[in-house]
Design a binder for this molecule. Structure first.
Ligand code: IPD
Length: 308
C-alpha cells in the first residue's frame, strides 16, 4: 500500500481547523473539568468532544490506520505499533485552555514504524499553524485559517539552523554552550517521585550564576504545551526543550516539525514508542551540529548525566 503523506497532511490541517473552532467556542466561564491522576492533571469536556470529532474524521478517511488519542488511552492496553498510526492530542495545554492562557493547540501526528512522518500543530488562539512532512520540510503559517484554501496559503519555511532566519526566530548558528540559551522546561502534572525532584533542582542549576554553581542560561520558559515548545524549538525561538513525563501524543506531531526544520530530539526513546516501555523523557535541540552535541553534554551535566 502506498501512503500519500501530503494527502494525510492536508486532511489533518482541515481537522485541526475544525478542532480549533470547537476550542474557541468553549465558554471560559463554563468549561466543565475533571481530573485524572491528581488535581493538576486536568481533562475537560472539550478535550473529549474534540477527540471524538477527530476520531470520527480519521476513521472515516483512513479506516485501516491505527489511532492513539490522549483521552482514550488506556494504561497497559494502548500501544503504538509499527502500523500507520495517528497519534493525537485534542488539546495540548489543557491547563492553559482552562485558564484562558492563549498557548494551547491541537496536536495531530502520524507515524510509520513508530517514527514521526507527518505533524500538524495548530494554536487557534493565535491562528498559528505549524506543519511538517517527513522529507518535505516544515512550515509556519500565521493567520492560517484565514488564508486562501485554509492552510494552503503562503507559508514560511522553517530553515535549517544557521542557514537563514524565520520571522520571530533566531538567526545565528546553533549555540555551542548554554550561557546564551533560552530553554523551555515544563513541570507537568506529576508532582512527586524522581522526575519531579530533578525538575525541582533544574531551575536552580540552569539559572544560578556560575559562581553560585549554576550555568546561568539567558532564561527558562514554561509555557504549558509540549507540542508548541517543540515548534518553538523548530522555529529557533528557544534553543532547547526538555521534559520528563510527556506521552507520545504530546510530542508525535512536534517531533516531525522539529526534525524537518533541522532540529533533533536527542533523547526520546526512538523506536520504543510503546507507552509501556517509553521512559517519556524528551530533550529537543534546535540544529544538529557538532556544537549541539557539546550543548547537550553540558545540559545533561547540569541536570544529572542523562538520567531522569
Ligand atoms: C501537557 C502539556 C504540558 C506538559 C505535560 C503534558 P496536556 O499536555 O503539554 O506542557 O508539561 O507533560 O501532559 O495534558 O495539556 O495535553
Amino acid at each position: 500500500e502506498s501512503i500519500n503523506l501530503q494527502e494525510i497532511h492536508d486532511t489533518l490541517v482541515l481537522i485541526a481547523f475544525e478542532a480549533g473552532r470547537m476550542i474557541l467556542a468553549a465558554n471560559p466561564n463554563d468549561i466543565s473539568t475533571g481530573t485524572k491522576m491528581n488535581s493538576a492533571d486536568i481533562v475537560t469536556e472539550t478535550d473529549q468532544a474534540v477527540e471524538r470529532m477527530i476520531t470520527v474524521r480519521l476513521k472515516t478517511a483512513y479506516p485501516s490506520y491505527a489511532f492513539v488519542g490522549e483521552e482514550t488511552y488506556v494504561a497497559g492496553v494502548t500501544t503504538v505499533t509499527d502500523a500507520p498510526t495517528f497519534i493525537v492530542d485534542p488539546i495540548d495545554g489543557t491547563t492553559n485552555f482552562v485558564h484562558s492562557f492563549p498557548n494551547a493547540c491541537v496536536s495531530l501526528g502520524f507515524t510509520l514504524h513508530r517514527r514521526p512522518a507527518v505533524g500538524v500543530v495548530y494554536n487557534p488562539f493565535q491562528d498559528l499553524l505549524f506543519t511538517g512532512i517527513r522529507g518535505s520540510g516544515s512550515y509556519m503559517q500565521r493567520n492560517a485559517s484565514l488564508s486562501p484554501g485554509s492552510g494552503q496559503g503562503p507559508r514560511l519555511a522553517l530553515p535549517l539552523a544557521g542557514q537563514g532566519t524565520v520571522e520571530g526566530g533566531r538567526t545565528g548558528p546553533p549555540l555551542g554552550d548554554l550561557s546564551t540559551a533560552l530553554i523551555a522546561v515544563e513541570w507537568g502534572s506529576q508532582r512527586d517521585g524522581e522526575n519531579f525532584e530533578i525538575k525541582a533542582r533544574v531551575f536552580r542549576a540552569l539559572t544560578a550564576s556560575k559562581e553560585n554553581g549554576g550555568s546561568m542560561v539567558h532564561s527558562l520558559r514554561s509555557l504549558g504545551s509540549a507540542a508548541l515548545n517543540l515548534c518553538a524549538c523548530a522555529a529557533g525561538q528557544v534553543d532547547i526543550y526538555w521534559e520528563g513525563g510527556c506521552y507520545a501524543w504530546d510530542v508525535a506531531a512536534g517531533w516531525c516539525i522539529l526534525n524537518e526544520a533541522g532540529g533533533r530530539m536527542v533523547s526520546g526513546n526512538p523506536g520504543e514508542w510503546d507507552p509501556a516501555v517509553d521512559s517519556r523523557v524528551y530533550l529537543a535541540v534546535r540544529g544538529a551540529s557538532e556544537g549541539q552535541k557539546e550543548l547537550v553534554k553540558e545540559f545533561w551535566g547540569v541536570i544529572g548525566e542523562g538520567k531522569m
